[in-house]
Write a protein that binds this ligand. Structure first.
Ligand code: TXA
Ligand code: MG
Length: 312
């Protein structure tokens, strides 16, 4: 159900949860000062309690109130503040309730660029918001997706289609090294250039730092089979069990094609990805091939990671 900024402000102040647009994907937002509303987010999303939420701020004074310290080279990252870059900080535990942090000593924070959302946060204060999908489903990139997951009467501040269509990149400073916790709408190469240092990928050891990493993500109901090259596509397309192929405009197969735009145009591909995954389900497919012949560099790495996770 479409609501406007005034109504959204009212809901949040009353301790309720609303879906909000961001430039990445839609979020499910509540005030960080409303523990009951935060609990409701976990319940609505069927999200495990050990997976912390991202806090969204509108300005740096809000940021400073939530953290113990801001890393020295934070200012180099400001190209993406506002923007699709989430940074993990040492939390001011008095200000950020444990339920948001899932008990960690840190808090993930970003400053979104979407205008309506920034205006909302200016009025309500910082908002905790995970993506507005039911856990495990592809993130919503328009109001209709939110309504599919949470019901037609769920309040959504409608901002149209999301600009990036994929989640923010999550990074963290470990001593003097910056680590990538989740690839996203900003490429690792771009962050590395801004910081003038190599970014290491956080390795998923026994205890994942980003608890979200251990759950199956972004998945349609259909089973996806990743194909490395044209040969594999040709062979598998002839097998009876496959009903469709997810690929690019120039993908060659006798199966019905759902495409992500032009091959190797990653921003375009990411913008379409989650809608395409949801479309596979709408069309009732259960076995789908995926054309993964593209370069795993820049945002191609994000596309590759999401497809791998969607394939389970
Ligand atoms: O673009 C986005 O980031 C969207 C929009 C709504 O802002 N939000 C989003 O939130 O994708 P969510 O909850 O779906 O993903 C947040 C990720 C999870 O993988 C979570 O484990 C990780 O960030 N995270 C949150 N707090 C963390 C922390 N303190 N340390 C490490 N990882 C954290
Ligand atoms: Mg999510």
């Amino acid at each position: 159900m479409k609501i406007d900024l005034k109504q959204a402000t009212k809901y949040i102040r009353a301790g309720d949860v609303v879906a909000v647009p961001t430039e990445t994907v839609y979020g499910l937002a509540a005030s960080i000062k409303q523990p009951k509303a935060i609990k409701k987010i976990f319940k609505l999303k069927q999200r495990p309690q050990d997976n912390p939420l991202i806090v969204h701020v509108a300005n740096e004074s809000q940021l400073k109130s939530l953290v113990l310290e801001v890393p020295k080279n934070f200012k180099k990252l400001k190209k993406f503040w506002p923007g699709p870059l989430t940074i993990v900080f040492k939390a001011n535990k008095k200000m950020v309730p444990a339920i948001i942090r899932a008990g960690l000593a840190t808090v993930a924070i970003r400053m979104p660029k979407q205008k309506d959302l920034l205006n909302l946060i200016k009025k309500t204060g910082p908002l905790a918001a995970p993506s507005a999908n039911v856990s495990g489903r592809p993130s919503p990139t328009c109001r209709a997706h939110v309504e599919t997951d949470l019901g037609k009467s769920f309040p959504v501040l409608d901002g149209g289609r999301c600009y990036h269509g994929v989640e923010s990149t999550v990074i963290q400073l470990k001593k003097t090294n910056w680590q990538l916790l989740r690839p996203g709408a900003v490429s690792i190469e771009e962050i590395s250039k801004l910081l003038n240092q190599k970014i290491t990928k956080y390795k998923n050891t026994k205890r994942p730092i980003t608890p979200g990493q251990k759950y199956r993500h972004y998945a349609p109901h259909a089973k996806l089979t990743l194909c490395k090259n044209q040969r594999e596509i040709a062979v598998k397309s002839r097998q009876k069990k496959y009903q469709a192929i997810l690929g690019f405009m120039d993908t060659k197969s006798n199966l019905p094609l759902i495409h992500l735009g032009r091959r190797n145009h990653y921003s375009e591909n990411l913008k379409r990805l989650y809608a395409a995954l949801r479309r596979l389900d709408d069309l009732g497919y259960s076995q789908v091939l995926v054309d993964t012949q593209f370069k795993i560099e820049g945002l191609g790495a994000t596309l590759w990671e999401r497809l791998k996770k969607a394939a389970g």
